[in-house]
Design a binder for this molecule. Structure first.
Ligand code: FES
Length: 227
């Protein structure tokens, strides 16, 4: 395949034609932050964490979906980009249940990690309307907590493209958008096969496995109760 030559942060980079800026940066060992991106599964440019500056372009572009071209000059870490990513994180936090201390993903949360990396400490920078959702605990194996969902759609993509099931998707529009099953059904009422792939790709604590530890301890202590 033909290669194209470009510069990223002043570094000469050669990448296969048709690559995205994110892929070219990866080849050059340059890290660009991402949140919604899942290689070949969810390349939809939704979260805007991966924004970069391209010389001559009027706006910031999403590196995960923007193709490289011959002679392109890209910048990945300018003050303007850092400000933009910080703003994106502040906006995500403005409608996010911030009970991180009790969250199962605390310490292993991509949103939390990026906030730390970008010094986003004021989690209430934007105040205003917030959404409140009931937990969906209808499935035997997992819980969906849409109060922690950032609408990255990774779960939707793996359910449909990797597992071939497609029982979840975006509902409503705009600020009222939430991920769930059609017709207000709980996940337990759908043909979900409990593969857990959606949990594995969720970048926050919006999806997590049910914890049956107490029942197991009880069953060991009193087996008759469970026969
Ligand atoms: Fe590129 Fe989300 S990672 S827009």
């Amino acid at each position: 395949m033909e290669n194209v030559n470009l510069k990223i942060n002043g570094l000469e980079v050669s990448a296969p034609a048709g690559s995205t800026i994110l892929e070219a940066a990866h080849l050059a060992g340059i890290k660009i932050p991402t949140l919604c991106f899942l290689k070949e599964i969810n390349e939809i440019g939704a979260c805007r964490m991966c924004v970069v500056e391209v010389k001559g372009a009027r706006n910031l572009v999403a590196a995960c979906v923007y193709p490289v071209t011959e002679g392109m000059e890209v910048y990945t870490n300018t003050p303007k980009l850092i400000k933009s990513r910080r703003r994106t994180l502040q906006l995500l936090l403005s409608n996010h249940d911030k009970k991180c201390l009790s969250c199962v993903r605390s310490g292993n949360c991509e949103l939390q990690q990026l906030c730390r990396e970008y010094g986003v400490e004021d989690e209430n920078y934007f105040e205003g309307k917030t959404n409140h959702y009931e937990l969906d605990d209808s499935a035997a194996h997992m819980i969906r907590d849409n109060n922690k969902c950032i609408l990255c759609r990774r779960c939707v993509a793996v359910c449909e493209k990797t597992q071939g099931i497609g029982v979840i998707g975006p509902n409503n529009r705009g600020f009222d958008t939430f991920i769930g099953s059609a017709f207000d059904m709980g996940l337990g009422e759908t043909s979900c096969v409990s593969c857990g792939q959606c949990i594995a790709v969720c970048p926050t604590g919006a999806l997590y496995e049910k914890d049956y530890t107490n029942q197991i301890i009880e069953a060991i202590a009193d087996p008759d109760k469970y026969v």
